[in-house]
Every structure is written in C-alpha cells, then in structure tokens.
Design a protein around this ligand. Structure first.
Ligand code: ATP
Length: 260
C-alpha cells in the first residue's frame, strides 16, 4: 500500500481496490488501459449504488448453472480480473469444475506468466496460458486471438470479466456460450454476451461461489430449468431501469446524501 487509507474514510473499500490495481500495474499484471477501464467500471458501480442487484443475482445463478452443465467451462482471466479477484476465481473454478485460462487483450508471454503465477499462489492448479498448444480465434488478429487449444478453443462455455467487445463477439461467433461480468450495460460486451452480469467483478465472483455451494448438489434438471428460464434482454432492461430510477430519484431530490 502506498499510503495509509484511514478506515474511517467513507470510500475506504473503493480506495483500497484502487491501490490494489495500482500495485498490480507496478507489478506488470495490469496495463495502463486497465486502469482506465477500472475508472469506467467504478462510475457505473457508483450509479448502481455499489451493490449486487436482483438482476445481477439472476445472471450469476444462470452462469453457475451453465458452468455446472457445460462439457468444458473455462474462466478467462485478464489482468484486472486477476488483480481484483484471484482468490475468488480459483474458488469458483474448483466448485464448478471450470478450467482457468489467462487470456489477454494486450498479450505478452511475460504478463501471461505473471498472472498465472498470481492465480497459482491462490491455489490454482494447471492454469492455462503459458506453454499450452496455441490456437487462433477467428476474427481477432494475432496476438489478441491467441488461446489454448485445450482451453478456450475447445470450450463450450466461457466466463469473461472486464472484457472488450470484440473478443466477446468473436467468442460468440466461434459458437461458445459466453457470460460476461461488466458494470456497463451499454458496452458491446454487455450487449453481446448470452448472459450479462452487471455487477462488480469481485462481488459477482463471490456471489457465484455462494451460489455454486448451493447448486453443487442440484439435479441436472433443476440446472436446466434455471438456464431455460433465463432472459438476458430482461436482465439488461432491469439494469437500465435501475440506473434510470436512481438517476430520476437524484434528479428530483438534488441532494442524495447527508452532508454533516
Ligand atoms: P466494449 O468494447 O465492450 O464496448 P469498452 O470499450 O469499455 O467496452 P473495455 O475497456 O475493454 O471495453 O472494457 C472494460 C469494461 O469493464 C467496461 O465496460 C467497464 O465498465 C467494465 N469494468 C471495469 N471494471 C470493472 C469491474 N471491477 N467489475 C465489472 N466491470 C468492470
């Protein structure tokens, strides 16, 4: 930590997370563009009240059910997601039987290895990304489209977080089911994914761990029913409605917080 954030600071959590990302940037895990993306996410989280809404929980439950049903589910991890939630990613992968693959927009082998090591320190085994047989996702020019043949390339279900729209679209075109954690429901990622989780990445992953603990023993038919009843348009519409409601409340009141 570069400076002591007083616990009493009203935005303590958010400042700690920022520091975490700055440290991950200095360690070569997060790229500068990732810091900018984080700011964009924070803005949406602020508007959404920094909590997991029911529309996010429904998407999270469907993602876990889909992962449990999938032939080969993969959690795709980039620098920001690893910096924010390495421990939770590893736990979720264990509970759902998903593989973990480091997959980067700004790819260097060195950064892939650093992120894989970070995940391994949190208990991950066989993290894909380094040393695997490579394959190319169509529609993404190299090196953005490089994935592991035994991982994302042959997966049927992929969870991405804090991801760019091109990649989500390319994965979908490649015939994968895609769930995306993205706080901005306007983003191309949010609009393209089959399941859009409009929630903060670490909070969403923690929620999915809780859900996986509950659904782990569920019958296949119950999981199939959850997936069948899911409507991503409705979930996105609810996210937009919540943003609108929070903004219209603020428009009416002007002052929305107690200033001592
Ligand atoms: P797109 O290409 O999908 O239209 P974009 O150009 O914003 O979106 P990126 O910058 O690659 O693409 O995506 C980062 C996305 O992740 C942004 O939509 C941002 O709101 C979101 N985001 C950033 N931090 C978090 C976080 N901690 N949790 C969830 N989402 C986040």
């Amino acid at each position: 930590m570069h400076w002591d954030i007083p616990r009493s600071h009203p935005r303590y959590e958010s400042l700690v997370v920022r520091e975490k990302l700055v440290e991950a940037f200095i360690d070569g895990i997060v790229v500068p563009q990732g810091l900018i993306a984080h700011g964009r996410g924070e803005a949406f989280d602020y508007i959404l009240g920094e909590r997991s809404h029911p529309f996010a929980l429904v998407a999270e439950e469907t993602t876990v059910a889909s992962m449990l049903l999938a032939r080969k589910p993969v959690i795709s991890v980039n620098g920001n997601y690893a910096a924010l939630a390495a421990r939770e990613i590893v736990e979720l992968a264990k509970l759902t039987g998903a593989l973990v693959e480091v997959n980067l927009f700004y790819r260097t082998e060195e950064r892939v290895a650093k992120i894989a090591r970070l995940l391994e320190r949190e208990g991950a085994q066989n993290v894909l990304g380094v040393g695997c047989e490579k394959a190319q996702i169509e529609g993404l020019e190299s090196p953005r489209g490089i994935v592991c043949r035994d991982g994302i390339y042959t997966a049927d279900f992929i969870l991405v977080a804090i991801e760019d729209g091109d990649r989500t679209q390319a994965l979908r075109k490649a015939g994968k089911m895609v769930a995306a954690i993205d706080l901005n429901p306007f983003s191309r990622t949010a609009q393209t994914a089959h399941i859009t989780i409009v929630d903060e990445a670490r909070r969403a992953t923690k929620n999915m761990i809780e859900i996986a603990l509950k659904l782990g023993e569920a019958k296949r038919s119950k999981l199939e029913e959850i997936v069948k009843n899911y409507d991503n348009r409705k979930v996105l519409a609810e996210a937009f409605k919540t943003i609108m409601m929070r903004l219209s409340e603020a428009t009416e009141k002007g002052v929305i917080m107690e200033i001592p």
